[in-house]
Design a protein around this ligand. Structure first.
Ligand code: FEO
Length: 171
């Protein structure tokens, strides 16, 4: 059974995860527009991952007998200065998501909601991986600088990313 406060906070995070998907879809569209199909693929895989995160919250709220309440989505950014700018904004956004997850854990602990605390642990681990991936690509983009060949090589590498669905909630 979810308390009202916890339910509201989980619904807010459901919205944050769908917004994350929307933001990365926008970055994918921009990447396609500037001719970087590999970057576009990477961000579209990220979009798919974020939708699975959103569905974990959706299913968990339902499984706990709570009520899913969808909210309005903010408009994502549509223009970026460069591929590096996109990944710096991605990292900045993921740091915000990490903060949100940590605050949810704090709330679960203060509400003595052990089930939600256990549910959230998957996201605590996931955020380490997400920030790590972004940091790796940012480091490569900084090495590449203005080198067009380097950028095309990274674009080829990012074209190989494949979406792998995470385990369903509770596993
Ligand atoms: Fe769902 Fe990128 O955190």
């Amino acid at each position: 059974m979810l308390g009202e406060k916890m339910q509201d906070a989980l619904n807010k995070q459901l919205n944050n995860e769908i917004y994350s998907a929307y933001l990365y879809m926008s970055m994918s569209a921009y990447s396609t527009f500037i001719g970087l199909k590999g970057f576009a693929n990477w961000f579209m895989v990220q979009y798919q991952e974020e939708m699975t995160h959103a569905m974990k919250f959706y299913d968990y709220i339902n499984d706990q007998g709570g009520q899913v309440r969808l909210m309005a989505l903010a408009q994502p950014m549509t223009e970026f200065e460069s591929p590096l700018d996109m990944f710096e904004k991605t990292l900045e956004h993921e740091k915000f998501i990490t903060k949100c997850i940590n605050e949810l854990v704090d709330l679960a602990i203060s509400e003595k909601d052990h089930a939600t605390n256990i549910f959230l642990q998957w996201f605590v681990t996931e955020q380490i991986e997400e920030e790590g991936n972004d940091n790796d690509i940012i480091a490569k983009l900084k090495l590449i600088g203005d080198n067009g060949n380097g950028l095309l090589m990274l674009d080829k590498e990012l074209a190989t990313r494949v979406f792998t669905p995470p385990p369903t909630s509770g596993n």
